[in-house]
Design a protein around this ligand. Structure first.
Ligand SMILES: [Zn+2]
Length: 217
């Protein structure tokens, strides 16, 4: 029975659902999506780039419809190496597209990056960066997330977690795209030279959470 005289103890029974996690494909719930789960504006428009010290934040505008609910795109940033893993497999980098809806619910679309072919779509993101911490510069670029993700013919993993940087906000929806995009070694090096210390949070325990796999987005 809940003890209403000791409500301060309730917080101890809140599940600790944090991110990132390792996704074990044998333990995911497989769902055949009847229609598109993730829909993005044809183009996200980026307006600013901010030097966040150990990260770069690209502020932008755009809309996503996630499971039929509308979210506004807010910003893109990177992690070296990738924070999530699938069956323990590391990727050199992970992109986080952060979205929020009208009541403050956060949904992050995570896209793995591996070494391979030059990425024309991402190249403008690997150019000049603001040199000083907290410096914000105008940044003009567009990114067609729909076509970029559709070209991967990828499934997506979905689970509930948190932001991976303080304040580690909980109840964040994660949509982790299964297949990576590629960038060239030269492109990756440009960012790595600048952020060579790495900025990935350690893996967090899954606890009693479930991860859903949609076969095609
Ligand atoms: Zn992130």
């Amino acid at each position: 029975m809940l003890n209403y005289e000791q409500q301060e103890k309730w917080s101890k029974i809140v599940p600790n659902w944090q991110s990132p996690i390792n996704i074990e494909t044998l333990n995911t719930i497989n769902v055949d999506a009847k229609k598109k789960i993730l829909l993005f504006d044809d183009e996200y428009r980026f307006v600013n780039i901010v030097n966040k010290g150990n990260n770069l934040q690209y502020d932008g505008k755009g809309k996503a419809v996630i499971e039929g609910r509308e979210f506004g795109f807010q910003q893109l940033h990177f992690h070296f190496p990738a924070e999530h893993t699938i069956n323990g497999k590391d990727n050199p980098m992970e992109l986080h597209f952060v979205h929020q809806n009208m009541i403050g619910q956060i949904a992050v679309v995570a896209l793995f990056v591996k070494l391979g072919e030059f990425s024309k779509e991402l190249d403008s993101f690997f150019q000049d960066f603001p040199a000083i911490e907290s410096q914000k510069d105008p940044f003009s670029a567009t990114l067609g997330l729909n076509s970029l993700i559709a070209s991967l013919e990828s499934g997506v993993y979905h689970y509930l977690g948190s932001l991976t940087t303080p304040p580690l906000v909980k109840n964040v929806e994660w949509w982790v795209i299964e297949k990576p995009i590629t960038v060239s070694a030269e492109q990756l090096d440009k960012l790595k030279q600048r952020f060579n210390h790495g900025n990935a949070r350690e893996k967090q325990p899954l606890n009693e959470r479930k991860v859903i796999h949609y076969s095609l987005i």
